[in-house]
Design a protein around this ligand. Sequence first.
Ligand code: ACO
Length: 405
Amino acid sequence: VVDIRKLYAQTGMFTYDPGFLSTASCQSSITYIDGDKGELLYRGYPIEQLATKCDYLDTCYLLLNGELPGAGQRDDFHKLVLKHTMVNEQMQFFLRGFRRDAHPMAVLTGLVGALSAFYHDSTDINNPEHRHIAAIRLISKMPTLVAMAYKYGKGEPYMYPKNDLSYSGNFLRMMFGTPCEEYQVNPVIERAMDRIFILHADHEQNASTSTVRLCGSSGTNPFAAIAAGVACLWGPAHGGANEAALNMLEHLQANGGIAKVGEFMEQVKDKNSGVRLMGFGHRVYKNYDPRAKLMQETTNEVLQALGLENDPLFALAKKLEQIALEDDYFVQRKLYPNVDFYSGIVQRAIGIPVNLFTGIFALARTVGWIAQLNEMISDPEYKIGRPRQLFVGSPRRDVPELAQR
Ligand code: ACO
């Protein structure tokens, strides 16, 4: 690793690295990925152990504080998060300004940014207390906001949070409950939802996290920085890939299903077709994405619990994966399923509409964004992010008179 800042100070040389293929933008002690081994650690703990031994709020505590909570700390943290799940009533009126058929990510970008207009005591990013309360509010309120966006789109009444439920149980009730009847949380679905949240909680310096850091580096308020992350996550090459992967599977299913898989894969391999196998490939993982394995396991459990073992999309996804793992095109390029390949199937089985998948991802990733923002602001060396450019435009020239242009 070369600390290019020293070289720049001595010689004025700087690097040209579009897409940040080989440039570290920060030092971080939160998440570690070994792309060749297919390993993901949050604060040193393997994702497989966190996904089986901890819940999402334990994971949030870990990401924010560096250590897993002890029994008392766990209890206090759960109570604190669940205490802040309500949003200001005025948020409903803000929501009403959107068309009902607006994409939930468009709505969510607005709602998260709007929090800064309601919680003035947590907007100073340089004040650790403000950052702490903003963090708790964001983690607590994201499920409420995502569920509100969903209910609004359907024209159904909002469900207020019920804070004696778990974080994930509460979210499921706000999504699928109605004021007319008692909602029973299915423990298998609750655990699956929680696992989806854990697997998406952080992933070091991906595009949305880097966006949050860059946005926060100007000293803007934490809600605005997180809203920027939501906006970035929306793209199909990033968080939008789960939506794109499911749309791809549904399209394939409607156009011949498993019988047409071979033909589809030929299209994917043809560079002129512009077709990519969505949910495949990753900038860092050049071996299997460990989250994809866990997600496949969860998909199995949920489909079984719901009596959907023969789900044709799941069969299709597994067939695509099997072909890819044996095909030179994918093997040579080290393309494996990423977390998004199976997450759409499980979310669809739970009843989450496809256009809300990325909203669920944003909900889960909020804690990672906050932890990364905190880490950046707490670093005494932190500066406003200001990338350099390699200028390739016209040299200096004079503006000609209109008649000469
Ligand atoms: N299907 C077909 N070919 C692919 C795919 C794919 N999904 N992904 C990469 N390739 C090919 C590229 O065409 C390229 O081939 P070439 O070397 O012959 O030109 C090679 O593999 C390398 O691809 P790049 O695009 O250079 O890899 P990069 O690291 O820039 O991109 C990315 C990674 C964006 C994830 C890419 O693999 C992709 O578009 N995947 C599909 C979208 C997706 O699933 N995104 C989710 C990422 S995970 C997340 O955000 C949670």
